[in-house]
Each structure stands twice: as C-alpha cells, then as structure tokens.
Ligand binder design. Structure first.
Ligand code: 13P
Length: 255
C-alpha cells in the first residue's frame, strides 16, 4: 500500500509574511492529520522561515522548487543541494514544465539535478507530462517514456524507488482544465509500467506517482481514488490554506 503524498508548489508566490499567514491557518486546520504525507515547496526566500515554523511538525516536510546540479562555485544566482539541506529541506521539485519551457531545462539537465539531489539525500519530485499538441498528436506515451528514461538515466533501483514522479499534463496546469480521472489513470499506469522496465517491477510497485494540473478540493478525491494515483502536486489551490487542507484530507480519506 503506497501512502498518498500531497505537495504544495507555491511557485513564485508568497513572501515571508504571506507564508507565515498561510501557516497560521493551515497548521490549525490540518491539526494532527497524518493519513497522507504533506510537503510544502515555498520560494527560496521563504524556506528558512517556513522551516522554522515546521520544526515542531513531524508530518509536514519542506521542499524546494529547483536547485543546481553543481555542488558549489561560480554559478551566480544558483542554489546547491547542500544549501537546501542546511534548511532541513527533504524534497526538491525538478523538471517542472515551467522550468523546461521557460528556462530551457532538458532531460539531460533534469537528470543531472535528480542525481545531484539523491547524492545529497534529497528526494526528487520529478515532473513529466505532455503538451496539448503532443496529446492531440497521440504522442503521450512516447513523450512520457522519453522524459522518464532521460531524467532517470544512470540511477539505481533504490534511488528510483525513492523518487516521487509527478505527472503534470502541461495543458492542465493553471488552466482549470483538469485531466479526467480516466486520462490521468491511463498516464499513471503507463508511467508505472515504464518504471518496471527502467528499474524492476518491485520498484514500480513502490514508487509514488502524483497527479498535478488544476487539482482542487472538488476533484481531488476522484483523481486520487484511481489505483495508480498516489497523491497530488498542487499549484494554485495550495496558496489557500483551507483549500489545501481539504485536498490533504481528501487524500487521507482514500482507501
Ligand atoms: P495548478 O494546480 O495551478 O494547475 O498547478 C499545477 C502545478 O504546476 C503544480 O506543480
């Protein structure tokens, strides 16, 4: 049985003060809920304050939204895995479609980052997903397989099992146009089958695959009730502490 994992991707939102206000409400609302793993990914600038506020919580873990694959040195503007470890960060979102399309990240770059994360004992949340044009051209499986093989190249079974995969169809991100539970389940089942080929069937059975793209309180439970959907990576709705609480509770209530 895979425990559900819900992650808040705040993207370039919430200043330190706004992050604190979110936590004031969220920590009260969420209480001792432990039926699902909860991860929050603030902007770099709010990591330190959020880490401080979460230090007493054993159930909520901290994530970064990106990191450098380099260890240290002359890389202006970059943040290393060791710097994230300093702030008690446990997860790092890598290969998000916004990084791929707006900042030119290729599978090769994403692969270097995923490997650097594992080396530093950070768990990657690796994002994959097709564009609308690729879906319309019937290329979903080809795109997912290329992204998975490219991004996970050279990793051993243990590392792959500890990676979280996030299936985020690009056309569903921030558009309010959510994938149907059937569309999402089909993609997740394909991802799991591909992981069995890249690693082995026991890793495929263990690995957690989140769905991301317009997840809201009213569609979360139906999506996460699908057999291969093990949680959600939430953008817009994760900025509202009550909506995010409802999504976590929906996950915890799934069989
Ligand atoms: P939305 O939930 O706003 O569609 O964003 C999804 C996403 O990109 C999470 O990483």
């Amino acid at each position: 049985m895979r425990k559900k994992i819900i992650a808040a991707n705040w993207k370039m939102n919430l200043t330190i003060g706004e992050a604190e206000a979110f936590l004031d409400t969220f920590l009260l609302e969420i209480g001792e809920e432990s039926g699902a793993d909860i991860v929050i990914a603030p902007a770099f600038t709010a990591l330190s304050k959020v880490a401080e506020r979460l230090s007493k919580s054993s159930t909520i873990k901290l994530a970064a939204q990106n990191m450098s694959f380099e260890k240290s040195g002359a890389f202006t503007g970059e943040v290393s895995a060791a710097m994230l470890r300093d702030l008690y960060v446990r997860y790092v979102i890598l290969g998000h479609s916004e990084r791929r399309t707006l900042f030119g990240e290729t599978d090769e770059i994403v692969n270097k980052k995923v490997r650097a994360a594992h080396e530093a004992s950070l768990k990657p949340i690796l994002c994959v997903g097709e564009t609308l044009a690729e879906r319309d051209a019937d290329r979903v499986e080809e795109v997912l397989e290329t992204q998975l093989r490219g991004s996970l190249a050279g990793m051993n079974s243990k590392e792959i099992a500890e990676t979280v995969i996030a299936y985020e169809p690009v056309w569903a991100i921030g558009t309010g146009r959510v994938a149907s539970p059937e569309q999402a389940q089909a993609a997740h089942a394909f991802i799991r089958k591909t992981i069995a080929l890249i690693a082995d069937p026991s890793v495929a059975e263990k690995i957690r695959i989140q769905y991301g793209g317009s997840v809201k309180p009213d569609n979360a439970k139906t999506l996460m009730s699908q057999p291969d959907i093990d949680g959600a990576l939430v953008g817009g709705a994760s900025l509202d502490p009550r909506a995010f609480t409802e999504i976590v509770k929906a996950a915890a209530s799934c069989e």
